[in-house]
Design a protein around this ligand. Sequence first.
Ligand code: AMP
Ligand code: MN
Ligand code: MN
Ligand code: MN
Length: 282
Amino acid sequence: MDVCYDLHSHSTASDGTLNPVALLERARNAGVDVLALTDHDTLAGIAEAEAAARAVGISLIAGVEISVSWRHMTLHVLGLNVSATHQPLIDGLAGLQAYRIWRAEEIARKLEKHGISGALAGARQYCQGNILSRTHFAHFLVSAGRAASVRDVFKHFLVRGKPGYVGGQWASMEDALRWITDAGGLPVIAHPARYGLTRTKLNRLVDEFKEAGGVGIEVVSGSHSRDETLHMAAVARTRELFASCGSDYHGPEKPWVELGRLRDFPDGCTPIWQADHWPVVA
Ligand code: AMP
Ligand code: MN
Ligand code: MN
Ligand code: MN
Protein backbone atom coordinates (compact mmCIF):
# COMPACT_ATOMS: atom_id res chain seq x y z
CA MET A 1 0.00 0.00 0.00
CA ASP A 2 1.13 3.54 -0.71
CA VAL A 3 2.47 5.54 2.21
CA CYS A 4 0.53 8.78 2.74
CA TYR A 5 2.85 11.74 3.40
CA ASP A 6 1.73 15.18 4.52
CA LEU A 7 4.81 17.30 5.12
CA HIS A 8 3.35 20.71 6.04
CA SER A 9 0.97 21.34 8.94
CA HIS A 10 0.31 23.74 11.81
CA SER A 11 -0.82 23.39 15.43
CA THR A 12 -1.78 25.81 18.21
CA ALA A 13 1.96 26.27 18.78
CA SER A 14 1.66 28.78 15.90
CA ASP A 15 -1.50 29.69 14.00
CA GLY A 16 -3.25 26.33 13.70
CA THR A 17 -6.46 25.72 15.65
CA LEU A 18 -5.82 22.10 16.75
CA ASN A 19 -3.33 21.32 19.49
CA PRO A 20 -0.64 18.76 18.62
CA VAL A 21 -2.61 15.87 20.15
CA ALA A 22 -5.80 16.72 18.25
CA LEU A 23 -3.78 17.29 15.07
CA LEU A 24 -2.16 13.84 15.26
CA GLU A 25 -5.51 12.18 15.97
CA ARG A 26 -7.04 13.91 13.00
CA ALA A 27 -4.08 12.95 10.81
CA ARG A 28 -4.50 9.30 11.82
CA ASN A 29 -8.22 9.43 10.99
CA ALA A 30 -7.41 11.05 7.64
CA GLY A 31 -5.12 8.13 6.75
CA VAL A 32 -1.82 10.00 7.00
CA ASP A 33 1.19 7.76 7.70
CA VAL A 34 3.92 10.40 7.89
CA LEU A 35 3.14 13.91 9.14
CA ALA A 36 5.50 16.86 9.41
CA LEU A 37 4.56 19.46 12.00
CA THR A 38 5.89 22.74 10.59
CA ASP A 39 4.73 25.57 12.82
CA HIS A 40 5.74 29.12 11.96
CA ASP A 41 9.05 30.10 13.56
CA THR A 42 8.76 27.70 16.50
CA LEU A 43 9.50 24.14 17.59
CA ALA A 44 7.30 24.45 20.67
CA GLY A 45 4.77 21.83 19.52
CA ILE A 46 7.25 19.13 18.51
CA ALA A 47 7.71 17.26 21.80
CA GLU A 48 3.96 16.98 22.35
CA ALA A 49 3.43 15.99 18.71
CA GLU A 50 6.11 13.27 18.94
CA ALA A 51 4.42 11.72 21.96
CA ALA A 52 0.99 11.94 20.28
CA ALA A 53 2.41 10.44 17.07
CA ARG A 54 3.68 7.41 19.01
CA ALA A 55 0.28 7.04 20.67
CA VAL A 56 -1.65 7.01 17.37
CA GLY A 57 0.96 5.11 15.33
CA ILE A 58 2.03 7.84 12.91
CA SER A 59 5.60 8.80 12.00
CA LEU A 60 6.25 12.41 12.93
CA ILE A 61 8.79 14.52 11.07
CA ALA A 62 9.98 17.37 13.26
CA GLY A 63 9.76 20.50 11.16
CA VAL A 64 9.47 24.27 11.14
CA GLU A 65 8.29 26.92 8.65
CA ILE A 66 10.70 29.83 8.84
CA SER A 67 9.69 33.35 7.77
CA VAL A 68 12.39 34.74 5.47
CA SER A 69 12.85 38.22 4.00
CA TRP A 70 14.21 38.00 0.50
CA ARG A 71 14.44 40.97 -1.88
CA HIS A 72 11.69 42.97 -0.12
CA MET A 73 9.34 39.98 0.00
CA THR A 74 8.40 37.48 2.68
CA LEU A 75 9.01 33.85 1.79
CA HIS A 76 8.44 30.69 3.80
CA VAL A 77 11.12 28.01 4.01
CA LEU A 78 10.36 24.65 5.58
CA GLY A 79 12.99 22.81 7.55
CA LEU A 80 12.09 19.11 7.51
CA ASN A 81 13.53 16.57 9.92
CA VAL A 82 15.35 19.09 12.09
CA SER A 83 16.67 18.35 15.55
CA ALA A 84 14.28 20.24 17.81
CA THR A 85 16.99 20.61 20.45
CA HIS A 86 19.62 22.25 18.23
CA GLN A 87 20.48 25.46 20.08
CA PRO A 88 21.42 27.74 17.14
CA LEU A 89 18.07 26.91 15.49
CA ILE A 90 16.20 27.56 18.74
CA ASP A 91 18.09 30.86 19.21
CA GLY A 92 17.42 31.95 15.62
CA LEU A 93 13.71 31.26 16.00
CA ALA A 94 13.69 33.15 19.33
CA GLY A 95 14.76 36.26 17.42
CA LEU A 96 11.81 35.86 15.04
CA GLN A 97 9.45 35.33 17.97
CA ALA A 98 10.64 38.59 19.54
CA TYR A 99 10.16 40.38 16.22
CA ARG A 100 6.60 39.01 16.07
CA ILE A 101 5.77 40.60 19.42
CA TRP A 102 7.10 43.98 18.27
CA ARG A 103 5.23 43.63 14.97
CA ALA A 104 1.98 42.73 16.76
CA GLU A 105 2.23 45.93 18.78
CA GLU A 106 2.78 47.88 15.55
CA ILE A 107 -0.19 46.18 13.85
CA ALA A 108 -2.41 47.02 16.85
CA ARG A 109 -1.19 50.63 16.81
CA LYS A 110 -2.03 50.95 13.13
CA LEU A 111 -5.45 49.37 13.58
CA GLU A 112 -6.10 51.74 16.48
CA LYS A 113 -5.42 54.68 14.15
CA HIS A 114 -7.98 53.15 11.84
CA GLY A 115 -10.55 53.16 14.65
CA ILE A 116 -10.15 49.54 15.77
CA SER A 117 -9.14 49.37 19.40
CA GLY A 118 -8.10 46.44 21.57
CA ALA A 119 -6.61 44.46 18.70
CA LEU A 120 -3.51 43.30 20.57
CA ALA A 121 -5.47 41.87 23.48
CA GLY A 122 -8.02 40.55 21.00
CA ALA A 123 -5.40 38.74 18.91
CA ARG A 124 -3.78 37.33 22.04
CA GLN A 125 -7.07 35.68 22.96
CA TYR A 126 -6.73 33.45 19.90
CA CYS A 127 -3.03 32.77 20.41
CA GLN A 128 -2.19 29.78 22.60
CA GLY A 129 1.56 29.68 22.07
CA ASN A 130 4.09 32.50 21.74
CA ILE A 131 3.76 32.99 17.97
CA LEU A 132 1.61 36.05 17.46
CA SER A 133 0.47 35.79 13.87
CA ARG A 134 -1.62 37.83 11.48
CA THR A 135 -3.99 34.85 11.61
CA HIS A 136 -4.73 35.68 15.27
CA PHE A 137 -5.48 39.29 14.31
CA ALA A 138 -7.70 37.93 11.54
CA HIS A 139 -9.73 35.83 14.00
CA PHE A 140 -10.11 38.91 16.22
CA LEU A 141 -11.20 41.14 13.31
CA VAL A 142 -13.80 38.59 12.23
CA SER A 143 -15.14 38.23 15.78
CA ALA A 144 -15.27 42.05 16.11
CA GLY A 145 -17.44 42.16 12.99
CA ARG A 146 -14.80 44.01 10.92
CA ALA A 147 -14.60 41.30 8.26
CA ALA A 148 -16.80 38.40 7.15
CA SER A 149 -14.04 35.78 7.10
CA VAL A 150 -10.34 35.27 7.68
CA ARG A 151 -9.85 35.31 3.92
CA ASP A 152 -11.67 38.66 3.83
CA VAL A 153 -9.30 40.07 6.43
CA PHE A 154 -6.36 39.30 4.13
CA LYS A 155 -8.08 41.31 1.39
CA HIS A 156 -8.94 44.39 3.42
CA PHE A 157 -6.49 44.48 6.33
CA LEU A 158 -2.93 43.47 7.30
CA VAL A 159 -1.60 43.40 3.71
CA ARG A 160 0.38 46.01 1.77
CA GLY A 161 -1.63 49.19 1.25
CA LYS A 162 -4.32 48.25 3.80
CA PRO A 163 -4.90 49.17 7.46
CA GLY A 164 -2.76 47.24 9.91
CA TYR A 165 0.03 46.45 7.42
CA VAL A 166 3.54 46.15 8.80
CA GLY A 167 6.33 45.06 6.44
CA GLY A 168 8.14 41.96 7.66
CA GLN A 169 11.78 41.91 8.78
CA TRP A 170 12.44 38.22 9.01
CA ALA A 171 15.45 35.93 8.77
CA SER A 172 17.85 36.19 5.84
CA MET A 173 17.90 33.24 3.45
CA GLU A 174 21.46 32.42 4.52
CA ASP A 175 20.66 32.42 8.24
CA ALA A 176 17.45 30.39 7.87
CA LEU A 177 19.15 27.72 5.75
CA ARG A 178 22.15 27.54 8.04
CA TRP A 179 19.93 27.04 11.09
CA ILE A 180 18.03 24.26 9.28
CA THR A 181 20.99 22.40 7.80
CA ASP A 182 23.08 22.67 10.98
CA ALA A 183 20.11 21.14 12.83
CA GLY A 184 20.26 18.18 10.40
CA GLY A 185 17.19 19.28 8.42
CA LEU A 186 16.33 19.60 4.75
CA PRO A 187 15.39 23.12 3.53
CA VAL A 188 12.33 23.24 1.25
CA ILE A 189 10.71 26.28 -0.42
CA ALA A 190 7.10 26.35 0.85
CA HIS A 191 4.13 26.95 -1.52
CA PRO A 192 6.30 28.53 -4.25
CA ALA A 193 3.33 29.53 -6.42
CA ARG A 194 1.97 31.82 -3.67
CA TYR A 195 4.58 34.56 -4.10
CA GLY A 196 3.51 35.85 -7.51
CA LEU A 197 7.07 35.56 -8.85
CA THR A 198 7.92 36.04 -12.50
CA ARG A 199 9.84 33.21 -14.16
CA THR A 200 13.05 35.24 -13.89
CA LYS A 201 12.57 35.94 -10.18
CA LEU A 202 11.63 32.35 -9.42
CA ASN A 203 14.83 31.25 -11.14
CA ARG A 204 16.81 33.75 -9.10
CA LEU A 205 15.15 32.51 -5.92
CA VAL A 206 16.05 28.90 -6.77
CA ASP A 207 19.64 29.98 -7.58
CA GLU A 208 20.09 31.70 -4.21
CA PHE A 209 18.21 28.98 -2.33
CA LYS A 210 20.45 26.24 -3.77
CA GLU A 211 23.54 28.38 -3.23
CA ALA A 212 22.60 28.62 0.48
CA GLY A 213 22.11 24.84 0.73
CA GLY A 214 18.43 24.43 -0.20
CA VAL A 215 17.44 21.00 -1.52
CA GLY A 216 13.65 20.85 -1.95
CA ILE A 217 10.56 22.61 -3.25
CA GLU A 218 6.91 22.06 -2.42
CA VAL A 219 5.44 20.80 -5.66
CA VAL A 220 2.16 19.58 -4.22
CA SER A 221 0.58 22.05 -1.78
CA GLY A 222 -2.90 22.55 -0.41
CA SER A 223 -2.66 26.02 -1.91
CA HIS A 224 -1.51 25.00 -5.42
CA SER A 225 -3.82 24.59 -8.39
CA ARG A 226 -3.25 21.74 -10.83
CA ASP A 227 -1.38 24.04 -13.20
CA GLU A 228 0.76 25.44 -10.42
CA THR A 229 1.61 21.88 -9.37
CA LEU A 230 2.69 21.03 -12.93
CA HIS A 231 4.74 24.21 -13.14
CA MET A 232 6.54 23.54 -9.86
CA ALA A 233 7.14 19.92 -10.86
CA ALA A 234 8.94 21.24 -13.95
CA VAL A 235 11.00 23.55 -11.73
CA ALA A 236 11.87 20.64 -9.41
CA ARG A 237 12.95 18.48 -12.36
CA THR A 238 14.96 21.07 -14.27
CA ARG A 239 16.60 22.60 -11.19
CA GLU A 240 17.26 19.23 -9.55
CA LEU A 241 15.34 19.85 -6.36
CA PHE A 242 13.57 17.17 -4.34
CA ALA A 243 9.78 17.44 -4.50
CA SER A 244 7.76 17.82 -1.30
CA CYS A 245 4.04 17.65 -0.63
CA GLY A 246 2.01 19.18 2.17
CA SER A 247 -1.51 20.36 2.88
CA ASP A 248 -0.44 23.43 4.94
CA TYR A 249 -3.26 22.38 7.26
CA HIS A 250 -4.24 24.99 9.88
CA GLY A 251 -7.44 23.40 11.20
CA PRO A 252 -10.86 22.13 10.17
CA GLU A 253 -12.10 25.64 9.31
CA LYS A 254 -12.18 27.09 5.81
CA PRO A 255 -10.18 27.72 3.64
CA TRP A 256 -7.75 24.93 4.53
CA VAL A 257 -7.73 21.57 2.76
CA GLU A 258 -7.91 18.39 4.83
CA LEU A 259 -4.79 16.64 6.12
CA GLY A 260 -3.37 14.16 3.64
CA ARG A 261 -5.79 15.21 0.89
CA LEU A 262 -3.09 15.77 -1.73
CA ARG A 263 -2.50 15.12 -5.42
CA ASP A 264 0.19 12.70 -6.53
CA PHE A 265 3.45 14.13 -7.82
CA PRO A 266 3.54 14.69 -11.58
CA ASP A 267 5.91 12.33 -13.43
CA GLY A 268 9.63 12.84 -13.07
CA CYS A 269 9.66 14.23 -9.50
CA THR A 270 12.05 12.79 -6.93
CA PRO A 271 10.26 12.78 -3.56
CA ILE A 272 12.10 14.36 -0.67
CA TRP A 273 11.83 11.12 1.30
CA GLN A 274 14.36 9.67 -1.15
CA ALA A 275 16.97 12.22 0.00
CA ASP A 276 20.00 11.09 2.01
CA HIS A 277 19.43 11.59 5.73
CA TRP A 278 15.67 11.17 5.42
CA PRO A 279 14.70 9.03 8.39
CA VAL A 280 13.42 5.55 7.57
CA VAL A 281 9.99 6.03 9.05
CA ALA A 282 7.39 4.01 7.25
P1 AMP B 1 2.28 35.95 9.60
O1 AMP B 1 3.32 34.89 9.45
O2 AMP B 1 1.98 36.26 11.02
O3 AMP B 1 2.57 37.18 8.79
O4 AMP B 1 0.91 35.35 9.05
C1 AMP B 1 0.89 34.64 7.85
C2 AMP B 1 -0.23 33.63 7.93
O5 AMP B 1 -1.46 34.24 7.60
C3 AMP B 1 -0.07 32.50 6.94
O6 AMP B 1 0.74 31.49 7.45
C4 AMP B 1 -1.49 32.02 6.78
O7 AMP B 1 -1.79 31.10 7.80
C5 AMP B 1 -2.31 33.27 7.00
N1 AMP B 1 -2.80 33.80 5.71
C6 AMP B 1 -2.14 34.56 4.83
N2 AMP B 1 -2.92 34.88 3.78
C7 AMP B 1 -4.13 34.27 4.01
C8 AMP B 1 -5.38 34.20 3.32
N3 AMP B 1 -5.54 34.83 2.15
N4 AMP B 1 -6.38 33.49 3.89
C9 AMP B 1 -6.21 32.87 5.07
N5 AMP B 1 -5.07 32.91 5.77
C10 AMP B 1 -4.04 33.59 5.25
MN1 MN C 1 -0.14 30.14 8.89
MN1 MN D 1 3.40 29.54 4.61
MN1 MN E 1 2.30 26.83 6.50
